[in-house]
Design a protein around this ligand. Structure first.
Ligand code: ADP
Length: 165
């Protein structure tokens, strides 16, 4: 059985991530989406929240599982018996960072392959960071994330906003 690991921050999951997940699920027998516990950047959602939002988003795809992890991605891949690490690639912005990370992972674990899936045209310019920024400024994010994620974003930014008056 080919197990594919899809790691990331998913803060929060967007339609771009979901496009990669559903396409990966049609190619590989088992897809494990792994949420970094402590990414090297500030997060809006806790690990538990990021996992729950993802679980709800993929609940209709039977061969996709969601978990959280800490430590090296390649160590997790080895523990799970995953031979593939999937990453999504958007135009220009991701290439250099992903290339460098894939080479480092190859050094650390030669038996684990990095597989890149090109983002669909529709989601090429969609980034979770931009979605958060737009949500914080009160913009419409309905077509960029699933409805339950849009709701969670609105609740988060609403809670953080100082009350008028
Ligand atoms: P990370 O912190 O590891 O970059 P992200 O949650 O930002 O985690 O992204 C996880 C993976 O999903 C990365 O491979 C990233 O390039 C990819 N990704 C992010 N947004 C999109 C998108 N709009 N389309 C396709 N892939 C994407």
């Amino acid at each position: 059985m080919v197990i594919a690991l899809y790691p990331g921050s998913f803060d929060p999951v967007t339609n771009g991530h979901l496009d990669i997940i559903s396409r990966a699920a049609s190619l590989f027998e088992r897809v494990i989406v792994a949420v970094y516990d402590a990414p090297p950047k500030a997060v809006m959602f806790t690990t538990q929240e990021r996992v729950e939002l993802l679980k709800e988003a993929v609940r209709d795809i039977p061969n996709v599982e969601v978990m959280s992890y800490s430590g090296l991605t390649v160590d997790l891949a080895r523990r799970l018996g995953a031979r593939l690490v999937i990453r999504g690639l958007r135009a220009l912005s991701d290439f250099e960072r992903e290339f460098e990370m894939a080479l480092m992972n190859k050094k650390l674990a030669p038996e684990v392959e990095s597989v890149f899936m090109m983002s669909n045209l529709e989601w090429q310019f969609l980034a979770a960071s931009r979605v958060k920024e737009v949500a914080q400024l009160g913009g419409d994010i309905t077509n960029l994330v699933p409805p339950h994620v849009a709701q969670a974003l609105r609740a988060k930014v609403g809670a953080g906003r100082p009350r008028a008056g």
